[in-house]
Design a protein around this ligand. Structure first.
Ligand SMILES: *Cc1c(COP(=O)(O)O)cnc(C)c1O
Length: 426
């Protein structure tokens, strides 16, 4: 490689020598940096949002700070599907949002009920255990959803009502599985259990329907870098009245993430410390974009893109980790590689050979699964480019996959389901 840089190439060598072409592709990545990402967050940032985040320093103690923040907090409620929840912004990634949710509402030794069906739910369990909570874990096969019947049975068995909260990951990003939050609410109701319901919707909010009020969710945790298409750095929480009441008895230590400090400052038109101003202005613009497209259209687009990917996966003869269609996530597909093929080599090759990132297999799925993220700022054409790329990478690594078949399956689906396709066909 080193020698190649020193060698002076003649023009036809540059065009035809595959080694040089490879180098040029790699250099092209850094020169143009234009290939979309196919990881399930952080997501591609549309130019409009990059510009919205490019703001000069603004005084957060000025009287007009409130004019910026309050409408953004109000606007975000629609995306959460809530009218009554309190919206709070913390400068943190989604993990900080998990911590804020429990630190403000629970005490050391409190019992909570959680399901483990992938790496993200596992990490939230770990965070709760490290805070001294007693976690009753419902172990699930990775690829399954959170089982409402087992949640209900666990709650019904808790006659002394010791379980203080049920914590669920709406969209398990490691496996591409969406769980049914309405059914979990049903489980709480059927067991007449007063536990709080906390939901991680980091990789579903603003991409798939979320109905906080209808589902009786007490805290919903989201982040700036997935469906909202912004840079990472702001945890976005929606908190119910019931969760705010629980705060009074909750003894877990909290300082940076204290809801009370945040609410008190927000109510006075301020922030308890320096706010992530660029992410608030970014979110203001993101809400405008989502509003212009219409949330229902945003969800429909995510379904279409996901379905195109699923058609490609079927055409490749590969299988999703998600065990049944009702569980399919519209934001990420986790795909099993054929036996004997290391998925890490595939994602590495797609990156080094073509300059495109795909999600790796996480936890027990490492080496066995690659993931295609299809959320946020994406179109049919972008998704086709991702499918074409991973097909090339699979062909390079001698996967038993026919080059072009996945792209063709997605193309057919996108043509059929395109808006106005019925009119064109007539
Ligand atoms: C991305 C993600 C998070 C948050 O991760 P951070 O890296 O802390 O932002 C949490 N839960 C799920 C399901 C996610 O996909």
């Amino acid at each position: 490689m080193k020698n190649n840089f020193k060698k002076i190439y003649k023009i036809d060598e540059i065009v035809h020598d595959p080694k040089v072409t490879f180098m040029r592709v790699c250099k092209g990545q850094t020169m143009f940096d234009q290939n979309p990402l196919f990881i399930p967050g952080p997501t591609n940032i549309p130019d409009r949002l990059r510009q919205a985040m490019d703001v000069q320093t603004r005084d957060h103690r000025s009287p007009d700070f409130v004019d910026l923040m309050v409408p953004v907090q109000t606007g975000v409620k629609e995306v959460f599907g809530t009218e009554s929840a309190r919206i709070l912004f913390f400068p943190a990634s989604g993990t900080g949002g998990w911590e804020a949710a429990i630190a403000n509402t629970l005490s050391a030794g409190d019992k909570v009920l959680m399901a483990r069906n992938g790496v993200f739910s596992h990490r939230w369990i770990d965070l709760c255990q490290r805070h001294g909570l007693e976690v009753q874990v419902i172990e699930c096969i990775w690829g399954n959803g959170v089982p409402a019947d087992r949640i209900e049975a666990a709650l019904a068995a808790d006659v002394e009502k010791q379980i203080k909260a049920v914590l669920i990951t709406h969209n398990e990003t490691a496996t591409g599985v969406r769980s049914d939050i309405a059914a979990i609410r049903g489980a709480l109701d059927n067991a007449s259990h007063p536990a709080l319901l906390f939901v991680d919707c980091v990789s579903s909010l603003a991409s798939m329907p979320f109905l906080m009020d209808a589902w009786g969710v007490d805290i919903a945790v989201a982040g700036s870098q997935k469906g909202f298409m912004l840079a990472t750095g702001m945890a976005i929480l929606a908190v119910s009245e019931k969760a705010l009441d629980a705060m009074e008895q909750a003894r877990l230590p909290r300082t940076f993430f204290d809801f009370k400090d945040m609410i008190k400052a927000n109510d006075a038109g301020c922030y308890p410390y320096t706010p992530p101003m660029n992410l608030i202005t970014g979110l203001q613009e993101s809400l405008k974009m989502l509003g212009e497209e219409g949330l229902d259209n945003v969800y429909a687009r995510h379904f279409r893109l996901a379905e195109g990917v699923r058609r490609a996966v079927a055409a490749w003869g590969l299988e999703l980790v998600a065990s049944s269609p009702d569980l399919y996530s519209d934001t990420v597909s986790a795909i099993m590689t054929p036996r004997g093929f290391d998925s890490n080599l595939l994602t590495q090759h797609a990156f080094s050979g073509y300059g495109v990132s795909f999600g790796v297999g996480l936890g027990e799925l490492n080496g066995k699964v690659f993931r295609i993220g299809h959320l946020g700022s994406l179109t049919d054409v972008m998704v086709l480019s991702g499918l074409a790329t991973i097909e090339m990478a699979m062909a390079d690594l001698d996967y038993p996959v026919e080059l072009g078949c996945g792209v063709a399956a997605a193309q057919s689906y996108f043509r059929q389901s395109r808006i106005g396709a019925d009119r064109l066909a007539a």
